[in-house]
Design a binder for this molecule. Structure first.
Ligand code: F0G
Length: 462
């Protein structure tokens, strides 16, 4: 590993390159008009640097690509399934494993077995599809992340932690019989990629035991979380990343994982279940077949299972994680040096820009972070995503726009895909916008879909 006083050189060299092109300003304007000012509707060829998501957008290693050639595409009993099963047992310590096509597939299989109609699922902060699957299963999602998560300037090191007092109060108030289970998301994506401490997880386990509630992990970014624990949590620095991961998973009854993040693959997911969960495993297996596919592939090709088995080991390497987390942090620092308000500390997979504060002249009803997304693309060909008022949608009862406290733009960094020079380009785009940010105008809906409006909406300038 390169010592910290040296520039953080990528811990890999590049064997294959994928050309990307920056369209002219005129071409970008036309593309964005066609897309209804919604970057989701751009063609990827129209994007220069794509920071829409870190999900399924990373680069695989030569070792993973070699694994692709060893794909066993047998419908039943693929050898890659057994390889992956062995890896899941080794890394997470769970004897029971089911593959799924991606994270939400795992949620769809597992949640209806855990949720009873009208009951609560308490989380630090649920991801959107997770919340949707809780609701589809008849449950009610509740977020009880500690309050520092909502303060962008708080440097609290574990802003993904559950508010333990609020958790106890909630259970006491609603009654333990009205709660289906507890779900800890590591790292907390909707809270800005902020980590959960091991100590907090231990406390949540104690409470889960006291009230006899199942405790699960939504573990899309489990390795990034473990790295933060090692670097930031007292008493953890001498443990290895695999040890910390093991400890975390040992505190839960099972997990759902989107492998598109820390699995270092482009598609895939899984369910893992602890030893005591054999009955749940048997029931999940029955649901897996009609929903995802036979038990030894669950929506994944044999070759993809092999790539995942290898990715799950690579992601735990400390020099990889140091570079990964370091790259996101360096981008955050560069933006701060220019004076751009961002969430602190910088999260594991993304930098969150406070659009509402930076473009304070745009009222929240005119979607400042969406306006910023549009401007960023026009200025530089960079695609980012709004995580704010548009995403929050409307109150189903009043029909009014929900006005979330935070209105942010997410710059999500794919794994092993872009270099620090790309990140410098991103920072430069912000510097140029900063000089004339007061000229940026807000937007309104030209077309507003009824559900999940952010994906397909069209906008017009105010
Ligand atoms: N849980 C978390 C914490 C996630 O971040 C995601 C996806 C999922 C579950 C669902 O997994 O996409 O494989 O079905 N997050 C992506 C994102 C889409 O952009 O943050 P999936």
């Amino acid at each position: 590993m390169v010592e910290s006083s040296w520039p953080q050189a990528e811990p890999y060299r590049i064997k294959v390159v994928e050309p990307i092109k920056l369209l002219s300003r005129d071409q970008r304007e036309k593309a964005l008009e066609r897309a209804g000012l919604n970057p989701f509707s751009l063609k990827s060829d129209e994007v220069f640097i794509d920071l829409l998501t870190d999900s399924g957008t990373g680069a695989m290693s030569d070792n993973q690509w070699a694994g692709i050639m060893l794909g066993d595409e047998s419908y039943a009993g693929s050898r890659n399934f057994f390889n992956l099963e062995r890896v899941v047992r080794d890394i997470f310590g769970y004897p029971f494993f089911l593959p799924t096509h991606q994270g939400r597939g795992a949620e769809n299989v597992l949640f209806p077995l855990l949720i009873e109609k009208g009951k609560y699922v308490i989380g630090n902060m649920h991801f959107d599809t997770t919340k949707a699957h809780i609701e589809i299963a008849g449950g009610r999602g509740v977020n009880l992340v500690r309050k520092e998560a909502y303060n962008l300037d708080s440097e609290y090191p574990f802003k993904g932690d559950m508010d333990i007092e609020a958790l106890v109060d909630f259970i006491e108030n609603k009654g333990q019989e009205n709660i289906s289970f507890i779900l800890m998301t590591i790292t907390c994506n909707s809270g800005g990629g902020q980590p959960v401490s091991l100590e907090n997880m231990q406390k949540v386990r104690e409470i889960a035991d006291k009230y006899k509630l199942p405790l699960f992990l939504d573990a899309a970014r489990f390795a990034e979380n473990a790295y933060f624990v090692k670097k930031r949590e007292q008493g953890q620095k001498d443990k290895s990343i695999p040890e910390i991961i093991r400890e975390f998973f040992a505190l839960a009854d099972g997990c759902t994982v989107s492998a598109k993040k820390d699995g270092l693959v482009n598609i895939g997911g899984l369910i893992g279940l602890a030893e005591e969960q054999e009955e749940l495993y048997m029931r999940a297996k029955e649901r897996l077949v009609p929903l995802e596919g036979f038990v030894t592939y669950g929506g994944m090709a044999g070759r993809d299972m092999e790539a995942l088995a290898r990715g799950l080991y690579e992601v735990q390497e400390e020099d990889y994680l140091a570079h990964r987390i370091g790259q996101v942090e360096r981008l955050g620092k560069k933006l701060m040096e220019i004076g751009i308000p961002i969430q602190k500390p910088v999260g594991g997979h993304a930098v969150f820009v406070d659009g509402k504060t930076w473009l304070a002249h745009i009222p929240q009803e005119q979607f400042p972070s969406q306006a910023l997304c549009i401007e960023l693309y026009l200025e530089s060909g960079i695609r980012a995503v709004e995580v704010g008022t548009i995403l929050a949608g409307r109150d189903p009862e009043t029909g009014k726009n929900v006005m979330p406290e935070l209105d942010l733009l997410r710059l999500t960094v794919p794994r092993r895909t872009y270099t620090d020079n790309h990140m410098d380009y991103v920072a430069e785009a912000f510097r140029r916008i900063d000089n004339r940010r007061e000229e940026i105008s807000g937007v309104r809906f030209a077309y507003e879909p009824k559900i999940l409006r952010h994906f397909t909406a069209r906008f017009a300038r105010v």
